[in-house]
Design a protein around this ligand. Structure first.
Ligand SMILES: Nc1nc2c(ncn2[C@@H]2O[C@H](COP(=O)(O)OP(=O)(O)OP(=O)(O)O)[C@@H](O)[C@H]2O)c(=O)[nH]1
Ligand SMILES: [Mg+2]
Length: 379
């Protein structure tokens, strides 16, 4: 027996595609949050029940699973309305989360930097602001359900809304300042002719491992979803390409909550303004195609669609592919097959970066003055 909190996962086939893959991923998310999956309840429904999503028979089955396994939380692989969440918590007598709330929780656990913490708090506040329901709020539960009245005529619900709105505004202001100073750094780099390259990709694809391989940075890489939350940038000198600034950042996932994408603006700005994206793919994962599409979906959402991309088909040590470069009909590099873990194919990626840098800047790069490149914000 471990002392990890035990959870019951619920996934119902309501005609949504890929629900099995989604459930497997929910299990990984739960593990990444430090939870132990005690039981999984599955089933099929024509359409979600308005009151409880699962319907009364299924809720009884979930309640049994909770009792048998001693679980303290139930996690649905579906988006629940505030009413459904409330009804389920009443019926099951334990905490009920949906996929979005679980992802928010992982982000809250992982946030390290000041910016990371602010962004997660903003996402959580925005998420909970939409879930303030009359007669039942997360805030009220924290206070033991006593509806203390504030100013004359102001209900508890109004007080909560006002407090949250005020807090959101303060955080937005602090993040705006942060973004401003990052923008100044970026402009300085741009003037120095530095090629800025951002690693993007599905969570656990190997971005941080590749980042470490290229820069010897030693950032945290782990077999965990959302190991990285903050952006780390390092300078890299490539002969014939000059200075390259490489950034490692947060990974994406299918159905990444909009509240998170919006809140992580400061972190994702680096990606939007990059000259080149290295889209890292776990090429040994059977769902790689869906993962590539999910990443491209988020890139479109944040406005990074126009940034040129090279696919980095990582983990060839697992897939068995040979290290190689794939080009499109016009001869442009489309993908590089490599292993960040073994280092096979890394030289091909470096050559690809040199090729991109040279195509972008036909004059000799060695003339760029190092003084123009700011070291601010780099560790
Ligand atoms: N076999 C193999 N494993 C790899 C390779 N690259 C990374 N991994 C492993 O994949 C897992 C995830 O690696 P990370 O580098 O943390 O992945 P990431 O994309 O930064 O993940 P997040 O920050 O969580 O989004 C780790 O266990 C790595 O050791 C590779 O080329 N081959
Ligand atoms: Mg990472």
């Amino acid at each position: 027996m471990t002392d990890q909190p035990r959870v019951v996962l619920v996934s119902l086939d309501v005609g949504t595609p890929d629900h099995e893959e989604s459930l497997a991923e929910l299990g990984l998310l739960a593990q990444s949050a430090g939870l132990m999956v005690a039981q999984v309840v599955t089933g099929r429904r024509g359409r979600p029940d308005a009151a409880t999503f699962a319907g009364s028979g299924k809720v009884e089955e979930i309640a049994r699973a909770v009792r048998e396994s001693g679980a303290s939380q139930v996690i649905f692989d579906h988006d629940l309305s505030p009413i459904q969440e409330r009804n389920l918590e009443r019926a099951l007598q334990c905490r009920v989360l949906d996929r979005t709330a679980l992802i928010l929780e992982i982000f809250a656990q992982r946030a390290q930097s000041g910016a990371g913490k602010l962004q997660v708090e903003l996402a959580q506040l925005r998420h909970y602001a939409t879930r303030l329901v009359r007669g039942w709020t997360h805030l009220e539960r924290q206070r033991g359900g006593i509806g203390v009245r504030g100013g004359p005529g102001e209900t508890q619900l109004e007080i909560d809304r006002r407090l949250i709105a005020g807090k959101i505004k303060t955080i937005e202001g602090r993040l705006a300042k942060l973004e401003k100073s990052r923008a100044i750094q970026r402009r300085a780099r741009h003037r120095g002719g530095v090629l800025s390259v951002s690693l993007v990709g599905y969570t656990n694809a190997g971005k941080s491992t590749l980042f470490n391989r290229l820069t010897h940075a030693g950032v945290y890489a782990a077999d965990q979803l959302f190991a990285t939350l903050d952006t780390t940038s390092r300078k890299l000198w490539l002969p014939g390409a000059g200075q390259v600034v490489l950034s490692d950042t947060v990974g994406f996932i299918t159905r990444l909550p909009h509240s998170l994408v919006a809140a992580f603006h400061a972190t994702l700005e680096e990606t939007v303004h990059a000259d080149l994206l290295l889209h890292v793919v776990d090429s040994a994962n059977p769902n790689r195609q869906q993962q590539i599409e999910a990443v491209n979906g988020v890139l479109a959402e944040i406005g990074a669609e126009p940034v040129p991309q090279i696919l980095v088909m990582n983990k060839i040590d697992l897939s068995g592919a040979a290290p190689h470069v794939a080009r499109d009909e016009c001869g442009n590099i489309h993908a590089v097959y490599l292993s960040a873990r073994t280092g096979e194919g890394i030289d091909l990626l470096k050559q690809a970066l040199i090729e991109v840098a040279q195509a972008r800047r036909p004059y000799p790069v060695e003339q760029a003055t190092a003084a123009e490149i700011t070291a601010d914000g780099m560790e």
